[in-house]
Design a protein around this ligand. Structure first.
Ligand code: GDP
Ligand code: MN
Length: 380
């Protein structure tokens, strides 16, 4: 789960990483009020779950509440690479002498957290890595050993940073970032830029924070930070119903049981010349409620023109799935064409149940390829 800048900064503050004081605003009036409370120049920052906001016009300096309100008016509603701005973070403007970069992420190859630090912050880190790789210090931390002060010293001295006052602050910030990473079960903690003010104070000016979804049960307060309104309505529904759902951009809605089968169904749809609109994994069961939930999620996506049901009965019996589908169709009406392929345990009985009782928009096909072709044809 990705956090907004203001949420990440909240977690930074909890471990003692210095940030600027700020307020959340959802309207130009609130932005004005926030600027008034903060006094002096502020920066108006679009809160979207994507980077590069500065370049996209989502970050503006304001000298007084009037200007903050005017900037807020321009930034709210702005589309930053597909993310529409609904919230702003208004914070006390910082004077910047230097911009550094500090992050902590997982290096899956090495199975260890990886620190990256460079004094060439502010810009894209990929650019630094590509153009001046020697300026980027990379350092793994053995999770069993944990963070040790020598890690931070290697980071700081590795960049040739000489100012002892800066060194001290960054050593402490690196330790706190590791603490945040571990204690909040993060996948990524990135500070870009980590600034040095003209007075020599080091502070996190931005935050990119990703928390492991699988660990959210341990952090109910962070789980609550999820901004459900930022998700399309079918994704919200999927989350509420506990349905595994992934949005794609074609026109065939795919429903299968088991991740492997679902993945190959996507391939077969492509082979048949179509494009999947999304997919849902029914998992093990084929009970009516599971089918209703999945169908509700899939059909909430307006791009879906046909639905392809692909079920392989192993432990799950196809006759049970067929009954589930039939019962689901008595509980909800679906005008879209539905193509069903059943194979495996009790497949024949399942197919018979469907051909006998299914509505005319439901088509039963014997093989996966035939079913995909039919669905693609009907979606066209
Ligand atoms: P991003 O573009 O989404 O990464 O957003 P950032 O929060 O990193 O801001 C982008 C850039 O805006 C920073 O690198 C700074 O140069 C500038 N900026 C952000 N906040 C301030 C501020 O308080 N004062 C000044 N002078 N510049 C800022
Ligand atoms: Mn940034």
């Amino acid at each position: 789960m990705d956090l907004y800048e203001y949420q990440g900064k909240d977690l930074f503050r909890r471990v003692g990483i210095p940030t600027s004081e700020g307020r959340l605003a959802t309207s130009p009036a609130e932005a004005r009020e926030a600027a008034h409370e903060l006094r002096g120049p502020v920066v108006v920052k679009a809160q979207v779950l994507t980077g590069g906001r500065g370049k996209a016009g989502g970050i503006k300096l304001a000298n007084d509440p009037d200007e903050a309100e005017a900037h807020a008016r321009e930034i709210i509603g702005l589309d930053i690479r597909g993310h529409v701005v609904r919230k702003l973070w208004i914070e006390r403007a910082s004077e910047i002498a230097k911009e550094y970069y500090l992050s902590l992420t997982f290096d899956r190859g090495v199975k260890k957290p990886l620190f990256m630090f460079t004094t060439q912050g502010g810009i894209d880190i990929e650019q630094v890595a590509a153009e001046t790789p020697e300026a980027l210090v990379r350092l793994h931390v053995d999770p069993l050993e944990g963070f040790q002060p020598y890690h931070a010293r290697r980071l700081v001295f590795g960049t040739g940073l000489e100012d002892s006052d800066e060194q001290k602050q960054i050593l402490s910030i690196a330790a706190k970032l590791y603490e945040a990473f571990v204690s909040f079960d993060a996948m990524l903690c990135e500070i870009n830029p980590l600034i040095v003010t003209p007075g020599g104070e080091v502070r996190a000016l931005d935050s990119k924070f990703t928390v492991d979804d699988n660990a959210l049960y341990r952090h109910p307060d962070i789980a609550e930070m999820r901004d459900t309104e930022a998700y399309p309505k079918e994704e919200r529904a999927a989350r509420e119903k506990g349905v595994t759902y992934v949005k794609l951009d074609g026109e065939v809605g795919v429903l299968g049981n088991g991740a492997g089968l679902v993945m190959s169904t996507l391939d077969v749809v492509a082979l048949a010349g179509g494009r999947p609109a999304n997919f849902c994994d029914l998992g093990g069961g084929g009970q009516a409620q599971g089918v209703v939930d999945a169908l509700e999620v899939i059909t909430a996506d307006p791009q879906v023109k046909a639905i392809l049901f692909n079920v392989f009965g192993g432990i799950t019996r196809c006759d049970e799935v067929a009954r589930g589908i039939l019962e689901a169709l008595t509980r909800m009406t679906i005008a879209l064409p539905i193509v069903v392929r059943l194979d495996g345990t009790n497949a024949e009985e399942g197919r018979r149940l469907l051909t006998d009782a299914a509505p005319p928009n439901l088509h039963v096909e014997p093989t996966m390829l035939d079913a995909a072709r039919r669905a693609v044809e009907l979606a066209a």
